[in-house]
Design a protein around this ligand. Structure first.
Ligand code: 5AD
Ligand code: SF4
Length: 471
């Protein structure tokens, strides 16, 4: 079972790959992409796929048909990394069967496991031809050609973020109403449990003009909502068109001027980088949604200090009060780790108490997973697996309860819903509320891509239902 509860699960998606193959369809080579982990990996998979489609690759979701298999991997917890190796076992069989039938297959492991484990992957999984870190995937077309020509596996794990964005082809037209846009990568915070500073590197912010160009091209192809992505997105400090450094709030205000763009979101943020100007943007910028994902990880100060989170539980709660004073409609989600080394029952109770006090509407919750090379891995007093499981189950019951309470409070309200896709039933559309909940309503297809007032009439475990109201 997945150990997360969320309104917006993004784990382990088989990315439906857009096929913009330049070559004739019958000759097009096929690529299968499987994406693990966070939204940034989803974004990276889209960019990789676009770069490959410019080279004549068409997407497939049938592994057996793929000339190129890409696993875009996640190293954040052991379970995510282990899944890669179990997938590679199956891929090896498919590769062997295809070889017997006379077709060769290139297998690429990209993303954070590639960065963290490098050539170790080749040792453990001989079917792999390419190991490519998250800062080098713009080189995939060239690396594929080289591994074929030289008939040997290659490992590419250099850090060169600037190069990546400058060298990727421009965005292909989007078919969606919503899109992710990476504006910042890497993290300098060094929470003691986290591999991100090692796999994604130090903080890097894309230039405003570069972000704006991408945003405009997405909006021109029909995107109405952008989620700005970064491992520590509110630490954004990109160079502006006037040479000045732009904060995330500056960037949001700048992008909000794009005609046709209706909504902006950003994720993920560190409490220490919630600056006053970002809080002010929540008050003043109408296109910025009143929804904030703000990880707190633990409600116990001793654990927060051991995690190197750089804030206390009280400071977190006070920060939330300040943001809510600016934007009273603000709804929050968070990340929580249970069973960090040394966590006592009382400290876990403090986490439950903070979770209730803040009144979160959603959360991702995780059992602490010791990660190679991180300081917390070396701490004594690791918590037994059954204790972690018990705490996680209790926390998840509370998350579910609060999620349900929040959904119940939405019933009777009329919320602006951005319709994104057809529902399962004919005549039904599905969109999102400002608070990222899925909303179903009977609505004509021409409302796709539009913001429509919907009166919420009921709720289910993962969605709301409602009736459209005249504007
Ligand atoms: N174990 C468990 N959860 C982790 N996270 C990061 N590292 C670990 C780990 N070693 C969680 C944190 C973070 C989210 C993206 O993943 O809650 O905010
Ligand atoms: Fe990892 Fe987030 Fe901490 Fe950075 S702020 S080290 S990405 S948990």
């Amino acid at each position: 079972m997945d150990d997360r509860l969320t309104t917006d699960a993004t784990s382990d998606q088989d990315v439906a790959v857009a096929a913009h193959a330049g070559a004739g369809a019958s000759r097009a080579r096929k690529v299968y992409v499987r994406t693990f982990g966070c939204q940034m990996n989803v974004y990276d998979s889209e960019r990789m796929t676009e770069a490959l489609s410019a080279q004549g690759y068409a997407g497939t979701d049938a592994l057996e048909d793929a000339d190129l298999v890409i696993l875009n991997t996640c190293h954040i917890r052991e379970k995510a990394a282990d899944k890669v190796y179990s997938d590679l076992g199956r891929i090896r069989q498919v590769k062997d069967a295809r070889a017997e039938a006379g077709s060769d297959t290139v297998v690429a492991v990209v993303g954070c496991v590639a960065q963290a484990e490098g050539s170790e992957i080749l040792r453990r999984a001989p079917a792999v031809d390419l190991v490519v870190g998250p800062q080098s995937y713009h080189r995939l077309p060239e690396l594929i050609a080289r591994t074929r020509a030289e008939n040997r596996p290659l490992v590419e794990t250099e850090f060169s973020e600037e190069e990546k964005f400058a060298q990727l082809p421009a965005r292909a037209p989007s078919r969606s109403v919503t899109a992710f846009l990476t504006v910042q990568e890497g993290c300098d915070k060094f929470c003691t449990f986290c591999v991100v500073p090692y796999t994604r590197g130090m903080e890097y912010s894309r230039a405003v003009a570069d972000v704006e160009r991408e945003a405009r091209s997405l909006v021109a192809s029909g995107v109405r909502e952008l989620t700005l992505l970064g491992q520590n997105v509110n630490g954004y400090h990109g160079v502006g068109p006037d040479g000045r450094t732009y904060s995330l709030a500056d960037l949001i205000r700048h992008l909000a001027q794009i005609d046709g763009l209706e909504r902006l979101r950003y994720t993920t943020s560190h409490p220490r980088d919630m600056s006053d100007d970002l809080i002010a943007a929540h008050a003043g910028e109408k296109k910025l949604m009143p929804y904030l994902h703000l990880p707190f990880q633990s409600g116990a100060d001793r654990i927060l200090a051991a995690m190197n989170r750089k804030h206390t539980a009280r400071e977190y709660v006070d920060l939330v009060s300040r943001i809510r004073a600016a934007q009273p409609d603000l709804t929050l989600s968070t990340d929580i780790i249970v069973g960090f080394p040394g966590e006592t029952d009382e400290e876990f109770e403090e986490t439950l108490a903070v979770f209730a006090e803040v009144g979160f509407a959603a959360a991702y919750s995780f059992k602490y997973s010791p990660r190679p090379g991180t300081p917390a891995e070396k701490l004594g007093d690791q918590i037994a697996e059954d204790v972690k499981s018990e705490r996680l189950a209790r926390l998840q019951r509370q998350i579910e309860r609060q999620q349900k309470e929040f959904a119940a409070r939405c019933v009777g309200r009329t919320l602006p819903v951005l319709f994104e896709k057809q529902g399962r039933r004919p005549g039904q559309l599905i969109g999102r509320s400002p608070y990222l909940q899925s909303v179903h309503a009977e609505a004509p297809a021409n409302m796709l891509g539009r913001l429509v007032p919907v009166e919420i009439s009921s709720f289910g475990p993962n969605s709301l239902a409602g009736v459209i109201r005249p504007e």
